[in-house]
Design a protein around this ligand. Structure first.
Ligand code: NAP
Length: 251
């Protein structure tokens, strides 16, 4: 009985947006090795997406890759359509695609603002809405939004990013209430600082300063987030939660 449950969980179809680099890439690798059926979405990093696909293939694991700019409704729609054509269903959607950017609030242009909201928030709106058509029909599903501690506490010079991520947290909670009766769980993970390209602009000195502010005195790894994603998938009773993985940086 337990064994059958394990098998059915691990055959589930998972979409990871922004799976070509950083946190998304680690989520793809972790879940693919657990036998989930993965669709890695990428936008600009085609070579990186292909490399991950190739590496997994060398280990005997097949994944699909699909180019889509998920900040656009039509692209999000084609990602979902591709998944349905390939696997016939969608069980888990991980809204991970995101960008960051630092500017004084007074310098933010309309374009900066809209870009930040489109990529970090509207992408989750589009992908979730498109995927829900199938999930509601299945009366089964899981949405995981990759948010940020800046959506919980706000970051100076990252107002647009903080707005997008706090709205994503709001969406997570409200949608969890709306979808509970459809047996669809909605959760968010709000990382602190994780070692990816997103923070590559920081100097070693700046990294050391950040570490001093973190009780665990270290920067997080992409694996710290991927492990939580795996746990959320295996779990059955957690919904509407914002799980912050941050080394104690924000408590
Ligand atoms: P990253 O290394 O810069 O990777 C970003 C990923 O998002 C890439 O795979 C990129 O794909 C994808 N992406 C960006 N715009 C996209 C679009 N329009 N359509 C599809 N994919 C798009 O960043 P990361 O650190 O892994 O961040 C992943 C998520 O974690 C983001 O939502 C971020 O806000 C959140 N987060 C990160 C940290 C951190 O410290 N790293 C902390 C808190 C939250 P392409 O390269 O193919 O375009």
């Amino acid at each position: 009985m337990e064994e059958n449950k394990e098998k059915s969980i691990q055959n589930k179809v998972v979409i990871v947006t922004g799976g070509s680099r950083g946190i998304g890439a680690q989520i793809v690798k972790t879940l693919a090795k657990e036998n989930y059926r993965l669709i890695l979405n990428y936008n600009k990093s085609e070579q990186k997406a292909k490399k991950i696909q190739e590496e997994l293939k060398n280990e005997g694991i097949e994944i699909e890759i699909f180019k889509a700019d998920v900040s656009k409704r039509e692209d999000a729609k084609s990602l979902i359509e591709f998944t349905l054509k390939k696997y016939g269903t969608i069980d888990i959607l991980i809204n991970n695609a995101g960008i960051a950017g630092s500017k004084l609030f007074t310098d933010i242009t309309d374009e900066d603002w809209n870009n930040m909201i489109n990529i970090n928030l509207n992408s989750a709106f589009y992908c979730t809405q498109e995927a829900l058509k199938t999930m509601i029909n299945n009366k089964d599903g899981l949405i995981i939004n990759i948010s940020s501690i800046w959506g919980l506490t706000g970051s100076s010079c990252e107002v647009a990013y903080s707005v997008a991520k706090s709205a994503l947290n709001g969406m997570t909670k409200a949608l969890a209430k709306e979808l509970g009766l459809s047996n669809i769980r909605v959760n968010a993970i709000a990382p602190g600082i994780i070692d990816t390209d997103m923070n590559s602009y920081l100097t070693n000195e700046e990294i050391e300063k950040v570490k001093e502010e973190i009780p665990l005195n270290k920067i997080g790894k992409t694996d710290d987030i991927a492990r939580c994603v795996k746990w959320l998938i295996e779990d059955e009773y957690t919904t509407g939660q914002i799980i912050s993985i941050n080394g104690g940086w924000y408590i």
